[in-house]
Design a protein around this ligand. Structure first.
Ligand code: DI6
Ligand code: FE
Length: 419
């Protein structure tokens, strides 16, 4: 990766741009061009309308490739040790996800593997996973902790997530999810564990490790009352919250999270009308996770039509984790969101771009627009709907992160200047 000077100007030309700049529609610009200056987009439009005096240092002919905003995977659990392939086999022979969790497997088995892994192996495993996402156009990823479940190991996992962003051309937002499961040493004492989670949050925050706070509020997770205590601790630090809400049962978690102005409520298969109304009033994003729905063979669908009717923005993510969604393709999630949840391809695309940015509280990305970050994904496709239509096939030609092309984009680059 070459480091560009801050004022380096690059013209990306002969592209078909899907900008998502308006509130609806694909906003396709045929024969489009885009100028990036440093990490920002400074011009987007039809190539024929390029200002005559557009001085640039580098010009890239994209030969008609499709360009979309860089993809945003706004819900992942990317840092962990081990895997749960044996648990997958158990589930295939009849055990449910909940039964395995209650018997000490599930999340707690990943906690054991994570605690015993050293920093270097946690980092290299997470980096390998991040690279797979990046190879399909992902330029921003949210990463939750939640497999350390004590002060030391939670901080270690958040630190690994931060280091990923230093080592790879990808933006990382971290979420502290200490309240993911009850660790063995607190067995029978969930309230004591919540005390501990609330106590270590200020230390994590002081160390610069936390962008947001999450809780798993469900029958095998934590109660609404316990969730509220974690949210109060987050609020005291000025940290935004989000929630694993109504995944396996309705706990009215979405309404609770919305009352704290949650950025997003995630999963939502069991969302109630009360929860939906509260989310609408708070402006929280509905984060739908088709990978987990599919992998644990949920049968209850999230209320997509009601969310749509209420105008609640919908985002889509991989929920990558070893237990309920070992998926590493955000492009596959587009297809699954359409096929399983009946989203339109455009809704699914907005779910991994503009609405995913909103779910992270980010206003500087998710669209191709002047003033936003030059985070781009390049595709061998004529129209973005093709990427939601095919599955097991993501023809990504490369990506650009903060104005800097990744290696795979280099073949496009034709040195020269245009004036
Ligand atoms: N819900 C999920 O789907 C993941 N976490 C959560 O709260 C599953 C995490 C795992 O099974 O390891
Ligand atoms: Fe999750």
């Amino acid at each position: 990766m070459t480091r560009l000077e801050p004022k380096q100007r690059t013209l990306w030309r002969h592209a078909r741009l899907a900008t998502f700049a308006s509130p609806s529609g694909w906003d396709i610009i045929e024969r489009g061009a885009l100028i990036a200056e440093g990490d920002r987009i400074v011009w987007v439009g039809q190539e024929a309308q390029l200002p005559a005096a557009s001085q640039v240092h580098t010009e890239v002919n994209l030969n008609g490739a499709l360009v979309t905003p860089g993809l945003i995977d706004a819900h992942t659990h990317l840092v962990y040790g081990g895997d749960r392939a044996a648990e997958f086999e158990l589930r295939l022979s009849g055990a449910t996800y909940e039964q395995i969790a209650r018997a000490g497997g599930g999340i707690r088995s990943t906690v054991r593997a994570t605690r015993s892994a050293d920093d270097a192996s946690l980092l290299s495993a997470a980096a390998n996973r991040a690279r797979v996402l990046m190879n399909e156009g992902v330029t921003t990823v949210e990463i939750k902790s939640g497999y350390g479940l004590d002060a030391v190991h939670e901080a270690r996992c958040l630190g690994v997530a931060r280091r990923l962003a230093e080592q790879l051309p990808i933006s990382v937002l971290t979420t502290s999810l200490g309240a993911h499961a009850l660790p063995d040493e607190f067995s029978g004492r969930p309230d004591d564990y919540i005390d501990a989670v609330c106590q270590w949050l200020p230390q994590q925050h002081q160390a610069g490790l936390v962008d947001a706070v999450d809780v798993f509020c469900d029958t095998i997770g934590f109660t609404p009352a316990q969730t509220r205590r974690v949210f109060d601790a987050a609020r005291a630090l000025g940290l935004p919250v989000k929630l694993h809400a109504e995944q396996l049962s309705n706990q009215e978690g979405a309404a609770l999270a919305a009352s704290y102005g949650a950025l997003s409520c995630d999963h939502l298969e069991h969302l109630s009308d009360t929860g939906l109304r509260a989310m609408r009033a708070a402006g929280s994003v509905a984060m739908l996770l088709p990978g987990a729905y599919y992998f644990i063979r949920e049968t209850r669908l999230p209320p997509v039509q009601a969310l749509r009717d209420a105008g609640v923005p919908i985002a889509i993510a991989t929920d990558h984790n070893p237990g309920s969604s070992p998926a590493l393709s955000l492009i596959l999630m587009l297809n699954m969101a359409c096929t399983l949840f009946r989203l339109t391809p455009e809704e699914a695309w907005r779910g991994v771009t503009v609405n995913a940015a909103r779910a992270l509280g980010l206003t500087d990305r998710g669209r191709l627009q002047v003033g936003l970050r030059a985070d781009l994904a390049l595709w061998d496709a004529e129209h973005p709907r093709e990427l939601a239509y095919r599955f097991g096939h993501a023809p990504c030609l490369g990506s650009v992160h903060a104005g800097r092309p990744r290696n795979s984009v280099q073949p496009f680059i034709q040195p020269g200047t245009c004036s």
